[in-house]
Design a protein around this ligand. Structure first.
Ligand SMILES: [Zn+2]
Length: 67
């Protein structure tokens, strides 16, 4: 099946039998992210967590699973 990345609009061909293809068939196609963008989102999320940690360390103590 074909899947279009929601961020860069790159079209990728997925193996119909792959777990990802099966998941996408049950969900709207717009949830698909290519590996590149998926990785980028992960990095952004990590950065946001680091920033959040920095702010919370000034006051409230928050348990951080990344430690
Ligand atoms: Zn992409």
């Amino acid at each position: 099946m074909k899947a279009k990345c929601v961020i860069c609009e790159q079209i990728e061909i997925l193996d119909d039998d792959s777990a990802l293809a099966k998941r996408l068939r049950n969900r709207p196609v717009h949830t698909y992210l290519c590996n590149e963008c998926d990785e980028r989102i992960k990095q952004k999320t990590l950065k946001r967590l680091e920033t959040g940690k920095f702010i919370t360390n000034r006051g409230i103590k928050v348990k951080n699973d990344l430690d």
